[in-house]
Structure formats: structure tokens, C-alpha cells
Write a protein that binds this ligand. Structure first.
Ligand SMILES: Nc1ncnc2c1ncn2[C@@H]1O[C@H](COP(=O)(O)OP(=O)(O)O)[C@@H](O)[C@H]1O
Ligand SMILES: [Mg+2]
Length: 334
């Protein structure tokens, strides 16, 4: 809609995991390389976590584009499955012409298929996205799949992608054997402040030859403060801001527009955003609760209560009050 106004060849901030727009941040690149390495070297389980919109599926797509031609991938995205449904889904993803039957029968057909592929020098990979939804029982089944092996090597390389609660789920004592098999565990955090700016430039450069400085530096600071560097949130805010700019016929996106967009967005975050709204834009640019997880907007016990010095946990994720207080001091000095 607004593409013509800004001279873009297409919308720069779509929220689809389009590999063309892949931004190789240090963390995304590391995750990508560990996936390629694990697949090529047939390592044990690989677990990649990151909160919603951090870029797990995007990294996974980028990985698929880089695999050797002799690799076959079964990608499971529906994770509300029973054990038997999971095996059936894997057979379907590998396009195996299988006979329906009990779980054991399906497993045996999968085993035969895997052995035939190995003999034909085909590298098989199972990727389960949104794996935090798998029940402990199904996770245990997945572990057993990794037991399928010949005398020499594993028959299938398994990769799990999921939200941070996947890690907590795997820490269940019942899944100890699973944990022992994890060879690579990788968490994708939000982008840093510098990367957030670079990410915005990167996307703008791909759709226009002259529009890279559309967002003012302060606007980008505010986008970072709001999104905590989570690409999906950056995209949502940037897209709405560009639409507002187009409606107001302003080609420069200032912090005022970002402020407006953030205030209008996401009713679920309304209490946090109204707090943000009440503060000056300079402060907003520096606000986050914890330098590690940068999780201010999801902070259960509010950051402002923390400034009074009461010894409380600031963030349900990192639960590190002291680090939060250090950041509060930083903000106050500004
Ligand atoms: N490294 C990246 N480069 C470019 N765009 C990205 C990147 N990471 C995430 N995105 C954008 O953010 C959106 C959400 O990412 P996604 O991979 O779906 O997150 P997740 O699977 O972790 O929930 C993607 O659709 C994509 O538009
Ligand atoms: Mg995803």
C-alpha cells in the first residue's frame, strides 16, 4: 500500500520468514552454522530455543537452503501429536508409501526406510518446530528415534526448535536420557541495539536504493527499547510506522510516530506501554529490565517498583534483581 510512497520495490518488514531478507546477525549466523555442522557431522540432538519471533524458523529455513543435495528433511510444525501420529507424520514428510498399522508397525517401516536411505548415501534430518508443545511422552519417543542406528552410525539427525520453555521441559528428570544426548544447545537472544539499527537498514536496503535513513536515530532507539531486538516485533512496529508515515504523508519516521504506533499496538502489553508512554522518549530508549534477557515488557513485577530498592525478583525469566537494579541506576544517570 505504502510501497510507492517511499519508493520501495516491496514491503520491507513483512513477518514471513523470507530467506531473501535474512539478516546474518552474529547469533543467527552462529545458530545457522551449528545447525549445518550438526547435520553434516551427524551429531546428537540439536536444540535451538528463542522467544516468539526471535528467528528460529528463519534460521531453520536458511539452513535448509544450504544443505548438501543428498540431504532429505522431514519438517514437523504441528506438535500437538500423539506418538503414533508423530511417526506417521514423519513417514509422510519423507514421502514414504507406508501401510497404516500400530505404532510398532509404523516404526518398523520408518526404520527400514532409514536404512535404505543410508545405503543410498542419503543424509536424513528430522526438524521439529514449536517443540515446546510436545508432551514428555512424545519427547521420549523422539529420543528413541535417535536410537535407530546401524553398527556404524545414527540413521537420523534430530533438531528441535522451540520457545524457551522447551529447555525447562527437557530438564524434567524423566527426560534425563534425552538431555544427555543433546550435543548442541543454542539460544537465540534478541538483537543488540546496534544490530537492531543494522537490521532495519538491511531490510530497507533490499527494497530501495535511497530510503535507508527513513527512521530517525531516536525512532530506532525507541524501536529497540520496545522490541528488545526481537525481529518479529521490530518488523511489526516498523511496518505500522511506515503505514502511519504514509497516512500523514511524512517520509521521515520520527520517535513521535513510533510512540504512537507502540501505544496503539498490543493491548496485552497495555500496562507496560502506558508506563512507557508516561516516560520521556530519551528514557524509553534506554529502558530494559535486564541486560541479558532485556525482557522489560514482560516483567511481572514491574521495573518501577524495583527502583525503590526492595529486594524482589525483577523478571520471571532471568530472576536477577541485582542486574536489574544496575540498569536502573544507568537509566537514572542519563
Ligand atoms: N535473522 C533474520 N533476518 C531477517 N529477518 C528475520 C530474522 N530473524 C527473524 N526475522 C523476521 O522475524 C520474523 C519472525 O521470525 P521467526 O523465524 O518466525 O521467529 P520464531 O520462529 O523464533 O518465532 C520472521 O518472519 C522474519 O520476518
Ligand atoms: Mg517459528
Amino acid at each position: 500500500m505504502y510501497e510507492k510512497f517511499y519508493g520501495f520495490s516491496e514491503k520491507p518488514f513483512n513477518t514471513t520468514p523470507d530467506s531473501k531478507f535474512f539478516y546474518p546477525s552474529a547469533k543467527h549466523t552462529e545458530a545457522l552454522n551449528s545447525l549445518i555442522y550438526a547435520i553434516n557431522e551427524k551429531k546428537g540432538f540439536v536444540v535451538i530455543t528463542g522467544e516468539i519471533g526471535a528467528g528460529k524458523t528463519t534460521v531453520c529455513r536458511a539452513t535448509l537452503n544450504k544443505l548438501e543435495p543428498n540431504t532429505k528433511v522431514a519438517l514437523i510444525t504441528n506438535t500437538n501429536l500423539t506418538c503414533k501420529e508423530l511417526i506417521a507424520q514423519i513417514l509422510e514428510e519423507f514421502e514414504v508409501d507406508y501401510r497404516p498399522g500400530t505404532k510398532q508397525k509404523l516404526l518398523s517401516q520408518l526404520n527400514h526406510y532409514l536404512i535404505r536411505q543410508l545405503a543410498a548415501d542419503i543424509n536424513l534430518v528430522l526438524i521439529i518446530d514449536e517443540a515446546q508443545n510436545l508432551s514428555s511422552k512424545v519427547l521420549e519417543e523422539v529420543r528413541m528415534l535417535s536410537n535407530l542406528e546401524t553398527e556404524k552410525e545414527k540413521l537420523i539427525q534430530i533438531i528441535l526448535l522451540g520457545q524457551p520453555q522447551l529447555k525447562a521441559k527437557l530438564q524434567n528428570p524423566k527426560l534425563e536420557q534425552f538431555q544427555q544426548r543433546i550435543s548442541v544447545y543454542y539460544h537465540i537472544p534478541g538483537l543488540t541495539k546496534e544490530e537492531t539499527k543494522d537490521y532495519i537498514f538491511h531490510r530497507l536496503k533490499l527494497v530501495s536504493s535511497n530510503g535507508v535513513d527513513i527512521f530517525s536515530p531516536k525512532a530506532m532507539d525507541m524501536i529497540y527499547a520496545y522490541s528488545r531486538g526481537i525481529p518479529r516485533l521490530i518488523n511489526l512496529v516498523c511496518d505500522s510506522a511506515l503505514l502511519s508515515g504514509y497516512v500523514y504523508e511524512i517520509s521521515k519516521i520520527t520517535e513521535k510516530i513510533i510512540h504512537e504506533v507502540i501505544s496503539e499496538r498490543d493491548l496485552t502489553l497495555s500496562s507496560a506501554t502506558s508506563e512507557l508512554r508516561a516516560m520521556s522518549s530519551e528514557l524509553i530508549a534506554e529502558l530494559y529490565c535486564c541486560s541479558d534477557c532485556q525482557h522489560y515488557l514482560n516483567c511481572e513485577t514491574k521495573w518501577l517498583r524495583g527502583t525503590k530498592g526492595e529486594p524482589q525478583l525483577c523478571c520471571p525469566k532471568c530472576q536477577d534483581y541485582q542486574r536489574c537494579i544496575d540498569n536502573v541506576k544507568k537509566v537514572k544517570l542519563n
